[in-house]
Design a protein around this ligand. Structure first.
Ligand code: COA
Length: 200
């Protein structure tokens, strides 16, 4: 059984495709595309900096170091960070990934961000749906969670559109960059409740 394998021996995809997006692990050389997307989005990403996986490094060397470290974590199966590309144009759109992994369940948390110019087109809902398909079909996930800052209305829209169940609010779970306590919403999906969209 795949679920009994040591995490580092698990077979992972080199890419996943849906109608408009392609997801793949980061590669050396992706730092430039990442930097351009961050430059497009710097102001909008600022309020969400407390999220440890929101990339905010300011130079191309740092974004290149970031993509290499994301790839290293992928290789070790510590967490699975994927870059998102628009299939039609090849443009880098942002990132999505499986974090907080508990292989023994297995359960995962999905985290994500989009470049500002790609917002409002449903790309992240499509990418997160594809990743859920992958987690439930190939990683034998029992549970996938999405957590977001209670102020982040756009982020909460994604689990809602995908049919996740709102479970609870974790009060004072983190702090704003100014130091004020803020809560997190917890949304969850189980294998039993998930309807597969793309058979993988
Ligand atoms: C969170 C974030 C990824 C959400 O982006 P988004 O564009 O709202 O999400 P989607 O790509 O799924 O697009 C959904 C929007 O596109 C619209 N849309 C257009 N075509 C669509 C389609 N084919 N399918 C679904 N939605 C579509 C939806 O109506 C929705 O717009 P609305 O909220 O005005 O109703 C983005 O705001 C972001 O990166 N924020 C900064 C980082 C961040 O907060 N990360 C999350 C931390 S928890």
């Amino acid at each position: 059984m795949e679920k009994d394998k040591a995490p580092v021996l698990r077979d992972l995809p080199e890419e996943l495709r849906s109608e408009r997006v392609l997801l793949r692990p980061y590669r050396a050389g992706d730092g430039k595309a990442l930097l351009e997307a961050i430059d497009d989005s710097r102001e909008r990403l600022q309020p969400w900096r407390p999220y440890e996986h929101s990339p905010v490094p300011p130079t191309e060397d740092e974004t290149e170091a970031y993509v290499c470290s994301e790839r290293e974590s992928w290789n070790k199966r510590e967490y699975l960070s994927l870059s998102i590309w628009e299939r039609e144009t090849g443009q880098y759109l942002g990132g999505v990934g499986l974090y907080g992994i508990r292989w023994e369940v297995p359960s995962f948390q999905i985290g994500y961000w989009l470049r500002a110019s790609a917002e409002g087109k449903g790309y992240m809902t499509e990418a997160a749906r594809l990743l859920c398909d992958y987690a439930f079909q190939r990683l034998e996930a029992r549970r996938v969670e999405i957590r977001c800052d209670t102020r982040n209305v756009r982020s909460a829209g994604i689990p809602r559109r995908l049919g996740f169940v709102y479970e609870e609010t974790l009060h004072s779970a983190s702090r704003t960059p100014q130091g004020d306590p803020i809560g997190d919403f917890v949304f969850a999906m189980t294998k039993a409740a998930w309807t597969v969209n793309v058979p993988l």
